[in-house]
Design a protein around this ligand. Structure first.
Ligand SMILES: *Cc1c(COP(=O)(O)O)cnc(C)c1O
Length: 401
């Protein structure tokens, strides 16, 4: 019997009842704008910022319209100007080089290792090209942060972290987003908490956060923030900083607050699913699993493996055979950028030289979403299907069928 998977890879869980009730209350009030509060009412957005700062242990937090906006704002607040080079990952998603381009910056791509993290040797060779690194913890894989920080500190390079895939994750006990000058998060539907669109920016420096708040469009109402520096910090900054609106609204904040309270619990559920897949695919000939270092505390919302040094035709054959059995895999090695899988060479506005070692890895990266609507049994079934199809193609059994 050929097993078929029938779940949807893009179906997230519903918004918790408490979030729906809070959203209804906001709508009934009509006060959706974060600064539209009555009397001494505290806006949902201000409360969410306070709660997020507490969750990750940062001094300050700003909720914004998207993860991309959070990164752009961090780059601007750091002082990146038109024409400045910014180091970033060759293996990431389009909003990351896009954020650099949005401030007129020029991405300098750093390679990826077989463990799907930034190649620290390549970074070391390129550190003298820029004084800012926008590090993307792509697909939740965290590099050796102790080594990376030592390198950046020695070279005087400022770190900004893209934590779109690492909300709730940590390296060596320090939360992702707390290593850099800024940590940036997304609350877009496919991330760890879901408001359709949205994001956060965290930092510990008062002037950095004052600039970020002014940039986000605070209309001089920064006193209504809670996870924010004291008003004196804004004395000069409020005149110097342009308003580039990208605020979060109370409706999104209302549905995010209960989800944030559940984050640690959800992380356990995600990782349980991840481990079932990992176990089911262990020792599949031709398939390389991505090691998860002991110092890395991850929050899986997707699963990757490598078909390293396979020909494009054989990888495509695996994808086709899996699709036929209901399993949607994405491939970073395809000739054309498709869905979410664009590569550094697809971003032609940001010219790059070829990185053969990274190209070899990217040509083999297979990626799968792991929504919480999948049960542990679903994950076991997914592993059985992938294992069978990878094995069939690997052993050249296709023709013999
Ligand atoms: C989703 C994502 C972002 C931010 O995305 P938005 O859609 O702008 O919220 C940033 N980096 C990575 C790697 C992402 O996947």
């Amino acid at each position: 019997m050929t097993e078929i998977f029938t779940g949807s890879f893009t179906q997230q869980e519903p918004i918790p009842e408490a979030g729906i009730a809070a959203a209804n209350a906001v709508m009934q009030s009509g006060r959706l704008h974060r600064y539209n509060t009555s009397g001494d009412e505290i806006a949902e957005v201000a409360l969410l910022e306070e709660e997020f700062a507490e969750t990750v242990g940062s001094k300050y937090c700003l909720a914004v319209a998207s993860g991309g906006y959070a990164m752009t704002t961090a780059l601007r607040a750091t002082g990146v100007r038109h024409g400045d080079k910014v180091l970033t990952n060759a293996f990431t998603l389009a909003p990351v080089p896009g954020a650099i381009a949005a401030v007129g910056g020029v991405p300098v791509f750093v390679g990826v290792t077989e463990d799907l993290v930034i190649d620290l040797d390549d970074l070391s060779a390129k550190l003298d090209q820029s004084n800012v690194l926008l590090l993307s913890h792509m697909r939740g894989h965290i590099c050796d942060m102790d080594r990376l920080m030592a390198m950046c500190d020695a070279a005087g390079v400022t770190l900004i972290e893209d934590c779109a895939h690492t909300m709730g994750a940590a390296w060596n006990g320090v939360p992702s987003g707390r290593w850099g000058r800024f940590g940036c998060y997304s609350t877009q539907t496919y991330k760890h908490i879901n408001s359709g669109e949205g994001g956060f920016l965290i930092c510990d420096d008062a002037e950095d956060m004052a600039r970020a708040i002014m940039l986000s469009g605070s209309y001089m109402l920064f006193e209504k923030h809670r996870a924010a520096p004291p008003v004196e910090t804004f004395a000069k900054i409020k005149y110097e900083t342009p308003n580039i609106s990208g605020r979060m609204d109370n409706l999104r904040a209302a549905i995010l607050r209960p989800q944030l309270r559940n984050l640690a619990e959800q992380a356990k559920r995600w990782n349980a699913r991840y481990r079932v897949l990992e176990e089911g695919l262990a020792n599949t000939p031709g398939l390389r699993l991505i090691p998860r270092p002991e110092k890395e505390e991850f929050v899986a919302s997707s699963f990757q493996f490598l078909l390293l040094d396979w020909s494009p035709e054989t990888v495509q054959s695996v994808l086709d055979r899996c699709t036929a059995r209901g399993v949607e895999l994405k491939w970073f090695g395809g000739a054309e950028p498709k869905g979410f899988t664009s590569r550094y060479d697809s971003w032609q506005y940001a010219p790059s030289s070829r990185m053969p070692a990274s190209d070899r890895v990217l040509a083999g990266v297979v990626d799968m979403r792991l929504p919480l609507t999948f049960s542990l049994e679903d994950c076991a079934l997914l592993a059985r299907i992938i294992r069978a199809e990878v094995s069939a193609v690997y052993q050249g059994d296709v023709a013999a069928e």
